[in-house]
Write a new protein. Sequence first.
Length: 106
Amino acid sequence: MEVDAILRRASAAGDFATVIRKGDDDRGTLVILISSRGNHFACLERVLDFASGDYAWAVTGPANSAESAEVARFVAGRARLDPDLWVIELDIADPERFIAETTAAG
């Protein structure tokens, strides 16, 4: 359900979105690979906030402008730890805004 919402949100903004790795529908971590004009920008991941017990979006993974091989190694490593992992790739015009809106929404 959350994956579909993210895909619709990107599409509505005229951006590109695709599912890179499909995980379990009811569990598994969700990672969003964010790029702009084909260049890696950041990764977002739903992580548990141990203080509140809630999940929140956090910037993780390879830094801005990382090579595609580094991003692929990150995804492969996460998939080894979580076989139910979902990975979505977005190529969006305003990655800073998307990240700010997504992390603020929780």
